[in-house]
Design a protein around this ligand. Structure first.
Ligand code: G4P
Length: 192
């Protein structure tokens, strides 16, 4: 999506060959008009697939997932990284280890908000090594729900996330696909 590519080029910061900072419009401060267009585009792409819920992993996926869910007129569910004390029974849980951040967390979802009739679209901000999305898929499958696909704002195509998901038969749709980065220069797949 050209609009997102232009925003990444103007406001994103390539810290090195692998990490892109988008704190000024996605991760820390959010550009609401841009986010609305991105969420709508994800929703339009996955329309007419019988999706019953949009799921994301807290925290940066919440904004695009909510706007995508609005476009699809379905509820949005947040997969929690730190289950609250109030969430104490009937939980689906799975451990996710992030290579990018070097951390692990227990992804948690209450059985109240998902069942075997759900067809779920997963939305997140970044696709890197794909551990977060793979964990979300594992969790949703524990509830015997099905996966409609994975919608992503920014995919780093030089990392193995897409391959990992497509090997499981999951469709991935990413709005901006980064082919490569160097300090202060970003190349998108369309230009590579
Ligand atoms: P992983 O397997 O390497 O951990 O990759 P994954 O795609 O699962 O992403 C793990 C976390 O790292 C995600 O954030 C993702 O948004 C973030 N991430 C990966 N690459 C980049 C990058 O180039 N730039 C930025 N800004 N973030 C990146 P998270 O743990 O879910 O945190 P949150 O921001 O959603 O709270």
């Amino acid at each position: 999506m050209r609009l997102l590519e232009e925003k990444i080029r103007s406001d994103g910061i390539a810290l090195d060959e692998s990490i892109l900072k988008v704190d000024s419009f996605i991760n820390h401060q959010i550009d609401p008009e841009l986010m609305q267009l991105l969420g709508e585009e994800l929703g339009r792409h996955f329309a007419d697939r019988g999706i019953t819920k949009v799921a994301t992993i807290e925290s940066s996926g919440i904004a695009p997932a909510l706007l995508c869910a609005m476009e699809l007129h379905v509820p949005m569910i947040i997969l929690k990284k730190q289950p609250s004390k109030a969430l104490n029974s009937d939980l689906y849980q799975t451990i996710v280890t992030s290579y990018t951040k070097g951390t692990s967390y227990e992804l948690t979802l209450s059985s109240k908000y998902i069942n075997e009739h759900d067809h779920v679209l997963i939305v997140d901000d970044f696709l890197a090594n794909g551990e977060a999305a793979t964990g979300a898929i594992r969790l949703i499958r524990k509830a015997h729900a099905t996966i409609a696909g994975v919608g992503i704002l920014i995919e780093k195509t030089f990392q193995p996330g897409r391959k990992k998901l497509e090997e499981q038969g999951i469709e991935v749709y990413a709005l901006a696909r980064i082919a490569g980065m160097q300090k202060d220069s970003i190349t998108f797949v369309s230009e590579a």
